[in-house]
Structures are given as structure tokens and as C-alpha cells.
Design a protein around this ligand. Sequence first.
Ligand SMILES: Nc1ncnc2c1ncn2[C@@H]1O[C@H](COP(=O)(O)OP(=O)(O)O)[C@@H](O)[C@H]1O
Ligand SMILES: [Mg+2]
Length: 695
Amino acid sequence: MRHRVSSSLTMGITARPPPGGTCTQSSERRVAAMARGKQQGSADMLSDAGTGRLTMGGGDVGAARERSRRRRLWTLFLLLLLPAAYLWGRLISGDPLDIFDLSLPSIDPMLLIPALFFLALIAVLVGSTIGAGRSPHVTYRPEQIDVTLDDVKAIDPVKDDVVRSLNLFLAHKAFSSEMGGTPRRGLLFEGAPGTGKTHLAKAMAREAGVPFLFVSATSFQSMYYGATARKIRSYFKALRKAARQEGGAIGFIEEIDAIAMARGGLSMTAHPTTSSSSVMCCGGLEGLPTQYAAAAPGIVGGAQSGGLVRNLAGMTSEGVGGVVNELLVQMQSFDDPTGFQKLHTWFVDKLNLYLPAHRQLSRPVPPSTNVLVIAATNRADNLDPALLRPGRFDRRLTFEPPTKAGRRELIDFFLAKKAHHQELDAEEQRDSLASVTQGYTPVMIEHLFDEGLVNALRRGDQAMNRQDVERARLVEEVGLGQPVAYTEHEKELIATHEAGHAVTAWLVAPQRRLEVLTIIKRRDALGLLAHGDAEDVFTRSREEMTGLIRIAMGGQSAEELFFSDISTGPSGDLLYATNVAAQMVGAAGMTDTLISYAAVQGSALSDTNLVGRVLSDKDGRERVERILQEQKSHTRALLHENRHLVEALRDALTERHELIGREITDVLEEAQKRHRELLVDVRTSAAEGATTLGG
Ligand SMILES: Nc1ncnc2c1ncn2[C@@H]1O[C@H](COP(=O)(O)OP(=O)(O)O)[C@@H](O)[C@H]1O
Ligand SMILES: [Mg+2]
């Protein structure tokens, strides 16, 4: 399978081999396509564009490029013809030109120096004026880029669509003349930072085989009034010119939101975090963990994806309107005539004034230039809606954080390049890494391994192991561990609290994976339990939601059981539990009400988040309180029954300070086993005692 993919990539832009074909069939097709070469019929070309097998030299772009190459050669030939004829004539007339004998006329330096000075002055003035309006782009040739489509992992749907757009771009003439379609003019890449927008654009640049004009939207900005619009104009002019010269050109505008914000009003959409892995941080009163704060609008997992917060606020920015308008105009400028064509038209118009109606010359039709503009942004909802209408950036491609399979692919891809121990080659290790990195973008996964390598170096090793990666993940997600000297009592309290969480999680939520249990202080958390879904999940059942509340209550319940008192530690837990409970009551209809508090609009309540809406309502508040109290007493009873587990984990924690992955479950399983043996022992000795008594 892989062989087929890479083999078809070498000849054109192909993300996938055509469906239903074997290795040999695919290479036969390739040979056939090569044989067709540049004479490829437009019908073939179109069908190839659909299935993703278009060759670089074959499409309309290749043909146009060949035409302009020949035209250039002819121009050069004609230009050289005149001097050659002159030299040849002198040679024939017996007076050949000796270029070594040519002497420059002598000029008085007193005249030359002031003349040069004024020339330099004029050059500086003209240069700075022209420079202020110059296009800030950088042109890349395919061979200058080392990223190929093969290096783009885990975003196959987007990649496929991009390949289709590229194929259409290459076969644009056939597509518009045969099928009457309008080729795509603009693609908008939207997605969180690090999801691979620039990466994919680079790969496209390499595969497209036409000049790629990279520009960062911020570089259009200028302190001179009107210069931003001029720079945008020059950029599009450069694009059109490159497209005319090479049969096509692709423009890439990075972070387009810098120049394309909505005019007049700004609409913002906050995407709540989609990570379903949560960290039970337990700190002082003021130490509310950031995870909870971020999760507040639409807490835990599935329900979040629907939790868009749209906030319209009037905001205008000086000059934005003009710049956006320029962009709108330029996006439609691809059929603009060149300077020469304008002159031609002017000439024809003037001539037609003297000609009778039936002898009028026809005005030249400007040929359309084949340009594809790609813009990348992570704030697509802020863009001016006019830019997104069909004909401009009409194709929106969303870059999502990769799925579990995608992350696995990325892990394989990055680990192939980074030094690691053999343990990280094991299938289950890689699968488990893919599981624990839910919500990570590709760049975060790459960074995780880089940090893992740094940890390995710190250990004095040249390759990383799982522990190094796990430590890096902890630092990434929660923060750097800070050595603080807890008092003996505090240490025991924190260890008991964390053990309470972990034991509850182990007992009530077997589908969750216990990742890290630590009593080392990190940021605001004195200790923490990190636990996540074993698989990627997009919805949650009531059982799972109550499970999450119980896990949160585990810490406080353990404190009560073992110390008959509670500390400020659980404040973060209660925040989390309240969020989950409010979600159950106010949005998910998981209690005895089906009302969605999220639907409230235009009232005093609608000014706040879901938790605020639920809690401001007397009934809602009672329901939340009831859920929390019920789950807490349930958790207390559970931990009371399983004191031995809490004790075992507490002791392991006070001794080792940090348990990672299997180390946590090992302690629990061991304690459970010992407890069962003890029970059996007690029962047997009791039975024996009874027999002795009876005997
Ligand atoms: N799909 C991917 N496959 C492989 N590497 C990727 C992918 N996406 C991102 N990366 C890595 O992450 C880095 C940053 O990605 P980039 O494209 O700059 O993100 P952004 O979406 O912010 O433009 C890239 O240089 C590349 O190393
Ligand atoms: Mg980028």
C-alpha cells in the first residue's frame, strides 16, 4: 500500500492511489499516463483530475509553460538578431569590431561627481517610494522545499481535498471549457496553531511545480498611509505575472486575519478545549487550575464540541476597511489586462474612431491567469464574510487536531527520526502514547518528543525512553515540578487526598486510564491525579459524568475518612465537580428536568456561562447541590470499604512522590490481592477456630 502511494507521488500530485487497483496495475497506468504525456486529451485530463492522477508536465499548466518558454526563446532570438546582423555586416565589409579597442569617452571629474551625487539622491528617493509599495513576498521554487506530501501525516481528508484542488488548478482550462466550471480561486486553511497549515502549504508548493509566493499578512502592514493596500496590489500583480510566465502560480498568505478582519463589526467564536483528559489538581483556595477555567463554558468531552460562544461586539479599526476592500478587489483581479494589453486596447479604440462600423477591429480579450490563493488563519470566524463568499476564499478546509489513528501515525513518523530506546518500538507503547496525547496537535507531539530527548540528556542518556516522554508530558500539561518541603502532616494529607482520587477512579471508572499520580508541587497544584479516556470519546453517558464527579469527590472524602477534617485542597475539585453537575442539569437533561439553560437569551441569566445560569436558578441550584451531595456520600462509602487501597497508594506516594501509568495500578492490584488473601486467611482461621471449638 505504501509503495503504491509513494510511487504515484513521484509522477504527480497524488495523495491516494486510485481505488481498486493492484501494484502492477497502478504502475501500468503510470506508464500509460506518461506515454500520453503532453498530448493528453482534455477529457482524460479531467477524469484524472477527479481521481487524483494528474501529471505535472501534462495539465494545462504544463502546456502554457511550454508556450511561454518558446515565446521567450523567440524574443531572445529576435533581440540578438539585430546586434548579430550589425557585427556580421562589419565583418563582411572588412571592418570587424574589436571590443578590446573600445575606449570610454573622458569626462571631467568635477562634472561627474555632482552628477553622480544627484543621481544617487534621486535613486534613494525613488527607491524608497517604490520600496514602500513593493510586494513583501518570497518566491519559492519546488526544489527549494524539502517537505513533501508524504511528510504530511494524519490529515488525510484535508490532504485529499488539497490534491483535488491542485489537480483542478493544473487542468483549469479543460475544466472551464469542457465542463463549464469555474476553477477554485482561493482556499482557506483554518485551524488551531500547529495543526499543519503551513506545513501542508509547503508540501503543496513542492508538488505543484509552479512558483509559490509565500507572504505573511503582517508584512503587508506599513506605517505609510495607503502603503498596505499598495503592497497587496503589488503582491497580486506579482502573482499574475508569475502565473503568466509559468502557466500558473500559487500564493500563500500566512495568518491572513492580520489584514482581513471583519469590517465594522468583529465576531468572535471561542472554541472550548476538546481534550477529554482531565487533571485533578488540588491546590490552595486561590489555586484554581487552568484546565478547569478553560473547560468552564462547556465542560468535559463531547458536549463541548457544540459549545460555541459567539460574542458580537462592535469594533472598528482605522484603515481595516480599506485594506479588506483592496483584498476583495484583488481576489477578483485575475482577469485584469497587463500594461501591454491596455496599450493594445487603447490603440484599437483610437483606430476604431476612424473606421466604419463594419470594419471595426475587435478589442483584445484579456486571458485569464491561472492563480490559486491559499490563506491560513486560526481565527477564521473573525474574517470578513465577503472574503469567504464563492469566488474568493470559497473552499474552507478545517485542520482538526488528529484522531487517535492520526496521532499514532504521527508518533511513528516522528519517532523514526528521533533517538529512542527499544521499549518505545513496542506496539502497545506507541498505542498508549497515542491515547494519552488526545487533543495534541502534530507540533505538540513533535515538541513532546523533543522535550523527551532533553530529559534523556539530563539523565546522561543519548536516547529517550517512555519515562522521559511521560515526564515531558507532565511538564507540558501541568508545569514544572517544584521541590517544596511539605511538613510531614501536609505530605500525608496530600498523599491521602490524591490516593482518594486515584482509588475512586480505579473503582468507578474502569474505562479511564490513570496516567500520573504525584505529590510534587506543579504550578498551583500541590499534588495531582491525571487521568484520561482510554479511547477518543465524543459523547459521555450519565454514568460517566457521575463517575467524573465521584473521582473529583474522592480527595475530600479520603481526607474526611482519614483525618476527620477537610482542608482547602479540594477547592479545585469542587469547581470541576460543579461544572460537570451543572452540565448534567442545565444542558444534558440528565436529571429530572429537560430544560436547557443554554437556550436562555436576553435575560439577566444569559450574561453568564452555563454554570452561572444553572446556579442562579433556585431549582437548578438545588439539583446541582443534590447531585454533588449524593455522589459525595457514595464516594465516602466506597472509600470506607476500600481503606486498604487508599492506604497502600498513600504509602507508595509518600515514599516515591510520583507514580506514572502502570505504577499506580500495580500498587492498587497488589494491595487488592493482599487484601483478598488476608480475607481468605481470616476466614480459614475463623473456620478452623470454629471446628476446633466444635471439636
Ligand atoms: N500533519 C503533519 N504531519 C507532520 N508534521 C506536522 C504536521 N502538522 C504539523 N507538523 C509539524 O509541526 C510544525 C508546525 O506546523 P505548522 O504547519 O507551522 O502549523 P500551523 O498550522 O500553525 O501553520 C511543522 O513544521 C511540522 O514539523
Ligand atoms: Mg502557520
